[in-house]
Design a protein around this ligand. Structure first.
Ligand code: KG4
Ligand code: ZN
Length: 364
């Protein structure tokens, strides 16, 4: 990658869209080599777990309380000074408005006080570009974004040039894991807990549905799977063995659905561009080892090269936000990306031309 600046730059990334207050420093040297210098994440799990889900007001207050410290810590651990930060990238949507206001106002104040550019970042785009911080992955590629808020299959031609080829019609995969975990009384957030419980379970012990399988598109539907799990769980005594078996059966059904939807996406992508051979999997659910393994095998079978970010970069973090800022600097030039008037957006679809789902006014 060309570094059009011909000097070393450090970008501060700030993430506050949901329930993580996070900041990171990514540097890019004269040779165009990137380096993650620090990555600080404060997860609000403990603050929300007693409610069984994210409470927006609690999230906003927690971001406000922690942001200064998290940013200071990211700069300290990167072993640089405030004067050595050349730009600040901030996740400006989609997300919860309280967190978006805290992150964007902090970032704007920081950029003004240091006279450096403020770069608004789309959180979803940051997930999708995140593997490029660690590996050389050329555009175009197919991306599977599986997070708590979104489940989408996307054709990524370039920065800011992304088309949606599949989406969920109801719950996201992450949401399904979170709800399954609550049904099985395994705590919140659920993805990690379901994966752990499933390690000791038999994935064939319960027969759960695989919604959308064999449908001739790349869309998802997961609410029926969650309801089926609920119906079985309410009849069972939820001891450790039963929980493990149900968690394993749920994870296996969800993975079968993901695999089948990706198979269709591979076919769709080949029709759009037969030379598209890269496949990236991102978002919190991409941290799941079973899903990583199954999708790795599937892509290899279908002649796609699979890429995943490191596990700690799958869930929300500042590193991917800083990296997206660097991608923008490289594409548009550092003097063209300052946008201090950008208003944070609770909804910010990657593909504004995609069809809204059901009665929605705009796509997600
Ligand atoms: O990307 P992310 O941190 O936040 C959003 O942008 O939404 O994703 C969070 C989601 C949660 O639903 C969480 O349960 C899920 O990712 N998740 C997992 C795992 N780790 C996190 N799902 C399955 N297996 C995991 N190991
Ligand atoms: Zn996310």
């Amino acid at each position: 990658m060309n570094n059009i600046l011909n000097k070393n730059i450090n970008v501060l990334g700030i993430e506050t869209t949901c329930d993580e207050t996070a900041a990171a420093i990514v540097s890019l040297n004269e040779k165009g080599e990137s380096n993650l210098l620090s990555n600080i994440v404060h997860s609000q799990y403990n603050e929300h777990s007693k409610f069984g889900g994210i409470v927006p007001e609690v999230a906003a207050r927690s971001h406000l309380k922690n942001i200064s410290f998290i940013v200071a810590e990211a700069i300290k651990q990167a072993n640089i000074s405030n004067e050595e930060v050349n730009a600040v990238s901030v996740s400006c949507g989609p997300g919860l408005i309280g967190g978006l206001l805290v992150g964007s106002m902090f970032g704007k104040a920081y950029s003004l006080s240091k006279s450096i550019p403020f770069i608004p970042i789309n959180h979803l785009e940051a997930h999708i570009l995140s593997p490029r911080l660690f590996q050389n992955i050329d555009f175009p590629y197919l991306a599977l974004l599986v997070s708590g808020g979104h489940t989408q299959l996307l054709y990524v031609e370039d920065l800011d040039k992304i088309s949606r080829i599949g989406t969920t019609l109801d719950d996201s995969v992450g949401e399904a894991f979170d709800k399954a975990s609550i049904i099985l009384d395994l705590g919140w957030p659920g993805g990690k807990n379901i994966e752990k419980a499933a390690e000791n379970g038999d994935p064939q012990s319960y027969n759960l549905p695989r919604p959308m399988i064999k449908r001739n598109n790349a869309d998802f539907s997961l609410s029926g799977l969650k309801t089926a799990l609920f119906r079985i769980a309410e009849k069972e005594t939820l001891n450790k063995k039963v929980k493990s078996n149900l968690a394993a059966s749920f994870q296996s059904a969800a993975t079968d659905v993901i695999e089948d939807r990706c198979l269709n996406a591979f076919k769709i992508i080949k029709k759009i561009n037969n030379n598209c051979k890269n496949f990236v999997v991102v978002g919190g659910v991409a941290a799941n080892k079973v899903i990583r393994k199954r999708l790795t095998n599937l892509s290899k079978m279908k002649n796609f090269s699979p890429y995943f970010p490191p596990v700690e970069i799958c869930t929300d973090n500042g590193a991917m936000i800083a990296w997206n800022g660097i991608e923008k600097i490289l594409k548009y030039g550092i003097s063209n990306i300052n946008d201090p008037d950008f208003e944070p957006r609770t909804r910010w679809p990657l593909d504004p031309m995609a069809k809204p789902i059901r009665n929605a006014k705009e796509p997600r």
